[in-house]
Design a protein around this ligand. Structure first.
Ligand code: SAM
Length: 256
């Protein structure tokens, strides 16, 4: 997959990507990422990318012409048509399902805004507008990294174990089950200073794989029911999970 990110702060993208799974995918060439400095597409001596808003008001607006030139350069380099994603708090909410969809594309461009955002005319060249949540950040670099990270996990060869991606929270519309690792027992001092032993649930050390699978399904369902019941309407459950969910709902009705 090829990704171009247009920003006025290339270091904000490059430095976080130097480490970790995404960094390795770029090194190996599984992900072909280019970070373009918007200032390289200005034509004035001061490399100005922003200007005051027409009609007055606070803040500055990103000029359209350097962005159009950057997109022309990317189109010439990668070939058209481009999928151009504008990061924006006004965009459609970015979700795991969106990440899966974008990972199926061969190429995406991510535009990072700054100041008061983009001149409205930039939207003429934008395929979609994505928001990473209902809050306003100072720039689009963190949203672009969030989108890239979530999308890249679905690109074959980026995450070593693809099964782990398929089992993640949201992938089947459920939160993931709890995870434990060694040691099987650990002593911790509780709130009142008393030592207590925290044990891994016995089923996980039993070696009974059918029981472990069922326990994990039950835990994933019970977590989702407790924390994010809204997800259950769209979740794709198998028969065993439907049955477990009925039991969990029955038990919670009895408690109420
Ligand atoms: N004035 C704009 C508004 O009210 O819609 C906000 C501009 S914001 C300060 C600057 C840039 O940060 C945006 O152009 C966008 O690229 C990015 N940004 C901020 N919050 C975001 C969010 N929740 N999701 C995606 N991008 C965001």
């Amino acid at each position: 997959m090829t990704v171009d990110i247009v920003t006025i702060f290339p270091a904000m993208i490059e430095q976080p990507l130097a480490a970790g799974i995404i960094g390795r995918a770029i090194e190996r060439g599984t992900l072909d990422l280019k970070v373009l400095d918007l200032r390289d597409f200005t034509t004035d001596r001061h490399r100005v990318v922003d200007d005051v808003p027409y009609g007055g008001g606070p803040g500055m607006v990103l000029k359209p012409d350097p962005i159009f030139r950057a997109l022309d350069a990317i189109a010439a380099d990668r070939g058209t048509p481009l999928t151009v994603i504008m990061t924006s708090p006004q965009g459609r909410r970015f979700t795991q399902a969106e990440a899966v969809r974008l990972a199926g594309l061969e190429h995406i461009v991510l535009l990072c805004g700054r100041y008061e955002g983009f001149d409205e005319r930039v939207r003429e060249r934008v395929t979609e507008e994505l928001s990473i949540g209902d809050y306003v950040l100072t720039g689009g670099e963190l949203p672009a990294l969030v989108v890239l990270d979530a999308v890249a996990r679905f690109v074959p060869g980026v995450v070593g174990d693809e099964q782990s991606v398929a089992q993640d929270t949201f992938s089947r519309g459920l939160l993931n089950h709890p995870q434990y690792t060694r040691p099987a027992e650990i002593e911790v001092r509780g709130a009142r200073g008393v030592l207590e032993v925290l044990r891994v649930p016995e089923v996980l050390t039993s070696g009974n794989h059918a029981e472990i699978r069922r326990w994990r399904k039950r835990e994933a369902l019970s977590r989702t029911l407790e924390r994010r019941p809204d997800l259950l309407d769209a979740a794709s459950l198998d028969e065993e999970e439907e049955q477990l969910l009925r039991e969990l709902k029955g038990a919670s009705h009895e408690r109420d």
